[in-house]
Design a binder for this molecule. Structure first.
Ligand code: FAD
Length: 279
């Protein structure tokens, strides 16, 4: 059996303390031989420079780095400039997204949906970039219907995306059913589950409400029941997420992409339970 492909997502730190912490996190996670480290991009370009700096630092340490890039509120010219910068630095993997604007705002840029950005990248830079896009096993919160969302996902693949990373979820059936639907729709690219470790129920519930990820009732209630006892909540969350990863890999998922929140501890423990340790 081939080893699953592992990748880790970071956000670009804002402070010197955050930068030092991320370096330490990266050192620990590098021991797991990830395929790449990705770095998020604030919609509207708010993190543009910090995303670039973080990506270049990762690359200078000898790791593959994949910047996220979002089209909402960017002009074609701005995106082209960013693509040239990445290409000149030898970066050849991107996570391509529409992005989200603060509620109520509509896109002021040239790209309304991620498939348009994927097409633009292929038109302007050919096959230079390996393009990852987002997939939603529990469906994107703005989707008109599951079938419309699937069709929109297919548009991104048809526009030239190579692989996809999913939004996080805690119900493995959502992923397996989604994979069946993709296969029936003729989508055959690898779709790697995104995994969100459980650090804190308040924060997780807030994220999940915004991005449409379901926390099953039994899990939400158990997590809430721990109250301020973070150590017990994390130990329980670790069991739940480890079992989720085991089921996903046993069911044929090609890899795992961890949303790290710039922390290594829980993920290193999950990886050791899963025997994902590198050489
Ligand atoms: P799209 O694929 O464009 O889809 C967005 C919605 O529009 C869906 O409901 C879709 O069904 C619908 N849609 C698509 N095409 C059409 C059409 N032609 N007509 C009507 N409806 C349509 N956000 C950031 O800002 N920065 C990041 O770094 C970031 N990283 C992420 C990484 C991953 C792995 C994931 C899963 C998400 C990430 N996000 C990030 C969040 C993402 O930007 C949001 O989920 C956003 O709301 C949708 O982005 P998308 O690329 O999936 O959009």
């Amino acid at each position: 059996m081939t080893a699953p492909m592992i990748s880790f997502e970071f956000f670009p730190p804002k402070t010197a303390e955050g930068l030092a912490k991320l370096r330490e996190t990266r050192k620990q996670l590098a021991l797991l031989n990830p395929k790449f480290f990705s770095v998020t991009f604030g919609a509207g370009g708010s993190t543009r420079d910090r995303t670039l700096e973080t990506v270049l630092e990762i690359q200078s340490e000898g790791h593959e780095a994949a910047p996220h890039i979002s089209g909402v509120s960017s002009s074609g010219e701005e995106i082209q400039g960013l693509l040239e910068t990445y290409r000149n630095k030898g970066i050849n993997r991107l996570v391509v997204l529409r992005g989200d604007l603060p509620s109520g705002e509509v896109s002021a840029g040239d790209f309304h949906y991620a498939n348009e950005l994927v097409s633009f990248i292929r038109q302007t830079t050919g096959d230079w970039f390996h393009i990852e896009v987002a997939a939603y096993p529990e469906f994107h919160p703005e989707a008109r219907s599951p079938s419309a969302d699937l069709m929109h996902f297919k548009n991104k693949i048809d526009a030239g995306a190579n692989t996809a990373i999913t939004q996080y979820f805690y119900n493995p059936d959502a992923y397996f059913r989604f994979m069946d639907q993709c296969q029936s729709a003729g989508i055959n690219v690898p779709i790697v589950p995104g995994v969100m470790p459980i650090y804190n129920i308040t924060q997780l519930a807030r994220f999940s409400d915004v991005c449409g990820a379901d926390i099953p009732r039994w899990l939400r209630l158990r997590l809430q029941d721990y109250g301020d006892d973070l150590a017990s909540l994390r130990a329980f969350g670790l069991d739940v997420v480890t079992e989720l990863c085991q089921k996903l890999l046993a069911g044929g998922a090609p890899g795992l992409h961890f949303y790290t929140l710039n922390q290594a501890g829980i993920i290193s423990t999950i990886a050791s339970h899963l025997n994902l340790q590198g050489d």
